[in-house]
Design a protein around this ligand. Structure first.
Ligand SMILES: [Fe+2]
Ligand SMILES: [Fe+2]
Length: 348
């Protein structure tokens, strides 16, 4: 009898890194509702319209990326793992849940605090109709869809007709797309909230962005580790083909990123700076995939690095900057919360 079903046995590590990523992921779990955004409103309401628009459009880009990373990116990579890798699947599934239920939800919380319903509706229409954003998503999501299709074929093709080499390539390509999204594409959107945060403004939204960034950085690292393991199983010709694919996708995305950055950041005169930050993070994504950087080293705006640097920050009462984020104060519901005085109209 062949063993069809196996249980997740955490007593036997699947490799030397998955359980550490598991610990790290769970230890940094957080909830969108933990962070009250009200303290930002006095700053938000006096910002010029073009600044508000650029800020909101960036969070909209981030919303789209997180939505698809949660809807399809992480779940598909998880399902593609060989069936005995229950721990890897658990870690990927946990990450996938964070994308949608925590990260995308947090951007919506920012919108709901800062903006009116009609402004939010308009913003989502902007995202849906934005050609560059749609093209960026297509360039990423098509690799997830292809892997999804091949995973289905792997699981349900009879008589050994399944091509495992082609499957591995599809898996590798989806992982490259995933690392590019996590470790690179997010950063053009992160730039603006970090730019404010580094100057002590819109601090609560900045705390949210830092929490998201902390998650995305381990997501990119983890999928990067899995991708290099897979690459090691390939022949040198296949490795060369995958390297070529990685660089082709990088330049395709870079061109789309540049167009999107100019559209969002030109009105606030920051495109030049954001492009430097984006090249800096493209190099970091390549390193997560164990490739050499392709862009020359450039100095990143120190204000943004200040916004990024959550570990060395100490409390500063003048700028309101601090390591701990301000949690929303809530209390448990009690029976008498539902006791309402009876209306006394018409009665004595
Ligand atoms: Fe995310
Ligand atoms: Fe992520």
């Amino acid at each position: 009898m062949t063993l069809e079903y196996t249980g997740a046995n955490w007593n036997i590590p699947e490799d030397d890194f998955t359980q550490s990523f598991y610990e790290q992921n769970l230890s940094q779990f957080w909830r969108p509702e933990d962070i009250s955004l009200q303290p930002d409103l006095n700053v938000w309401h006096v910002l010029p319209e073009e600044v508000k628009l650029a800020y909101a459009q960036n969070l909209q880009v981030l919303t789209f990326l997180d939505t698809y990373q949660g809807d399809i990116g992480m779940p598909v990579v998880s399902r593609a793992m060989a069936k005995e890798f229950h721990q890897r699947k658990a870690v990927l599934n946990f990450m996938g849940a964070m994308e949608n239920a925590v990260h995308a939800k947090s951007y919506s919380n920012i919108f709901m605090t800062y903006m009116s319903n009609s402004e939010i509706d308009e913003l989502f229409v902007w995202g849906e109709e934005n050609e560059n954003l749609q093209k960026i998503l297509e360039a990423i999501v098509k690799h997830y869809r292809n892997l999804d299709k091949m995973t289905y074929e792997r699981n349900y093709t009879m008589n050994g007709a399944f091509d495992s080499k082609a499957f591995d390539k599809a898996l590798y390509k989806a992982m490259v797309a995933s690392v590019f999204l996590e470790s690179w594409l997010f950063y053009s959107g992160f730039y603006y909230p970090l730019w404010f945060y580094g100057q002590g403004k819109l601090m609560q939204a900045g705390e949210i962005i830092n929490l998201i960034l902390r998650d995305e950085s381990i997501h990119g690292l983890y999928v990067g580790r899995l991708s290099t393991l897979l690459l090691e199983t390939m022949t040198s010709d296949e490795k060369e083909e995958m390297k070529q694919f990685t660089h082709d996708l990088l330049y395709e995305l870079y061109e789309l990123e540049i167009a999107l950055i100019e559209e969002i950041y030109d009105p606030v005169d920051l495109s030049h700076d954001v492009k430097i930050f984006v090249r800096y993070n493209a190099n970091k994504a390549l390193m997560n995939l164990a490739y050499e950087p392709v862009f020359e080293y450039e100095e990143v705006n120190p204000v943004v690095l200040n916004g990024l640097n959550t570990e060395t920050k100490t409390m500063d009462n003048f700028s309101m900057k601090g390591n701990g984020y301000q949690k929303m104060i809530s209390e448990a519901l009690r029976d008498d919360d539902f006791y309402f005085e009876k209306p006394s109209i018409g009665k004595k």
